[in-house]
Structures are given as C-alpha cells and as structure tokens.
Write a protein that binds this ligand. Structure first.
Ligand code: NDP
Length: 333
C-alpha cells in the first residue's frame, strides 16, 4: 500500500475545507478537524482521516446539522447538561468542557451529560484536556448495535468505549481508552482496508459463526472483551450514556438512524473529580507516581497512552503517513 506524508496542519485544513464544503460552519468544522488531527498525530488512524467520508455522509444525508449551536445548562452546581442540537460531538464537548472543569473545581466532582450529539471520535481526545487541567476524568458513549451480549446471538450493545484520564505533574496525563468489544469497529474497518485477517475471537459472521475475515465481522457482530465481564461494561455504558441521561440506547439509536455510514444520534457521559479536594492534596500525585514506577519497572510493561505520546512527538517533527487509497477518496470529496 502506498502512502503520502502530510503535516498535521495540512490534515487539519483539509478536513476543515471538506466539512465546510458540505455544510459545516467554521466552529463545527474546526472542532472535528482538531480531533481528527489529534488522532492522526497520535497514531490512532482508526479515528482519524478514515472517518471523514462518514462525517461527510451524515452532512449530505441531512442527518447531522453542521451548523448546530450547542446549549449548556447547569442543572445543579455539579451537574451540566449539553444539548448538541443534532450536531457533531466535538463542538458540543468544546462548549461544555470549561463548565465541567469549573464545577468540578468548586464541588470536588462534576458530571456532564451530552445529548443530541453524533459521536465518531476517539474518547481520549476528550478526557485528556480535562486531565491536563489537573482533574481525573472519565467518559463513555454508546453507538449502534455491534456487540453480542455474553451468551446471546445478536448484536445489541454498541462498541461502547470508556476512557479514563489521570493527571500527572511532570508528565502528560495517563489515559486509557478502550472499546468494550474485543476490538473497536474502526480497527476492524482498517483490517478490511488493509486486507489483514483478524485474530481469533474478535467476531462472528451474519450466521453467528466465528470468522477471521474483517468484512464478514463488519456484516456480522463483534464479541465483548473478556466474555461476560466486558459484556457488563458495555451494558453499563448503555445505561450511563443512555438511560441515565435521557438519551437512546444503541438499539434505539439504530432504529432512528438512516444508515448513511456515519454515526447515529446518541449520548455521552463525562465525570471529573478534583484530586486536591477529595484526597491528600499534598501527596496524591507523588503517591500515584509510585504505582506508575512499579508498573514500568517491569520488563515489557508500559503505561497506556505512552504509545500515543511518543507518536505525537514524532508526528510533530515528521508529519504522518496517510494511505493513498484514503487520500484518493477524500480528494473526490
Ligand atoms: P486499543 O485496544 O488499541 O487500546 C486500548 C487502550 O489500551 C489504549 O489506551 C492503549 O494505549 C492501551 N494499551 C494497548 N496496549 C497496551 C499495553 N501493551 N500496555 C498498556 N496499555 C496498552 O483500543 P480499542 O481498539 O479498544 O479502541 C480504539 C479507539 O476506538 C478508542 O480510542 C475508542 O475511543 C474508539 N472508539 C470510539 C467509538 C465511538 O463510538 N466514538 C466506539 C468504539 C471505540 P495506547 O494508545 O498508548 O496504545
């Protein structure tokens, strides 16, 4: 497969230009461009430029309002509600973030629900800015049915990622961000594009038979990671990002969705905690560094997010390689 080297600013301006052409205003276009640029910079290609045709599909079909103007309400001192009014998630998150940070600093904990959004991004891009402010952060969102509940036969849960960010004084935050399926659907799409077989145990075909063919898994369903344990986490995400905040479950989002190839309308929940108010203000950071040292002193062990932080430094210097097959698709747009 041949690639082209692009600088990060070129990726950002390409995405902005395409989204504006298909009906986004600058606020929405640049919020999405920033998360796509961050994903490419960090080597998370499954949520980078590869998603642009999907974003465009939702604008073309009229499912997403590219000029949506999110509204932010304080329902209680520590409870914030953002209504995305049918826009993309990144601009809604941008609008709510400072309110969540302010409430968390005041109350020790803050909760932000996001409704009426279309989510197509990697969640670490959302918890990292909050952890950069010295706060612990959690986020989760649902999708469309793609994962079979443990013991069942049909996709019901979304791939339902959860992300957790931990602030560090002398290092970038520790963040982990993972789908509750064995593999994110975006990774399966990448394997299909690159014609790689999947490892065993990722998913099943339309008849429920195990398969290593990514194209068959895309038509069939994924399995939850860790059997019944991941299945319960996927269910928890449905409840937190749907039932709790008055948004749809993945199966309800799918009924409403027009299957244009982009994300359905759904919800997200974020929680932030101020470690200075909850714990030992003078010591929590040094104390948690001791845990991180114990992890990394083991040969072969690393902290989640180390890979991304390294990639980011490299791509700032050298740009990123983008598959020509994808660039050709984007050029057509
Ligand atoms: P991965 O399995 O690739 O990685 C999950 C986490 O584990 C990452 O934080 C990763 O850190 C960390 N990790 C990986 N290997 C190691 C290791 N050896 N030691 C320690 N930590 C490690 O992610 P998924 O495929 O599950 O998800 C990919 C992306 O898809 C996520 O960003 C998620 O938000 C997104 N997604 C979005 C959805 C949506 O609806 N918007 C739906 C589902 C997924 P590192 O990055 O440093 O490798």
């Amino acid at each position: 497969m041949t690639n082209t080297n692009l600088k990060l600013y070129e990726i950002n301006s390409l995405v902005t230009k395409v989204l504006v052409k298909y009906g986004c205003n600058m606020e929405n276009a640049s919020a999405v461009a920033d998360v796509i640029e961050s994903a490419e910079a960090a080597g998370c290609h499954s949520h980078g430029l590869m998603r642009l045709p999907g974003y465009v599909a939702t604008l073309k079909s009229g499912k997403v309002n590219g000029k949506a103007c999110p509204t932010v309400e304080n329902l209680a001192p520590a409870v914030i509600k953002v209504n995305g009014h049918n826009g993309f998630a990144p601009y809604a998150l941008q609008q709510g973030r400072s309110h969540l940070i302010k409430s968390t600093r005041k109350c020790g904990i803050g909760v932000m629900s996001l409704v009426g959004i279309h989510h197509f991004a990697a969640l670490w891009t959302e918890v990292e800015p909050i952890a950069n402010e010295g706060l612990v952060a959690f986020a989760c969102t649902s999708y469309k049915p793609a994962v079979i509940p443990a013991g069942g036969t049909k996709a019901l849960y979304g791939t339902n990622p959860i992300a957790f960010g931990w602030p560090r004084k002398s290092h970038p935050p520790m963040v982990f961000d993972q789908a509750s399926s064995v593999m994110a659907r975006g990774e399966v799409m990448l394997a299909a594009r690159e014609e790689h077989a999947l490892p065993d145990g990722v998913g099943v075909d339309v008849d429920g038979k195990p398969t290593n063919d990514p194209n068959e898994v895309l038509k069939g369903a994924l399995l939850a990671f860790g059997g019944h344990k991941g299945s319960s986490i996927a269910m928890m995400v449905e409840l937190l990002a749907g039932g709790l905040i008055g948004e749809s479950f993945s199966f309800e989002a799918a009924v409403r969705d027009n299957a244009d190839g982009g994300p359905p309308q759904g919800g997200e929940l974020m929680i932030a905690i101020d470690p200075n108010l909850l714990g030992d203000a003078d010591n929590w950071s040094d104390h948690s560094e001791k845990l991180f040292e114990k992890i990394t002193e083991q040969e072969g062990a690393r902290l989640p997010s180390d890979r991304r932080h390294k990639n980011r430094i490299e791509s700032l210097k050298s740009g990123v390689m983008v598959a020509n097959i994808l660039l050709d698709k984007i050029r057509v747009l």
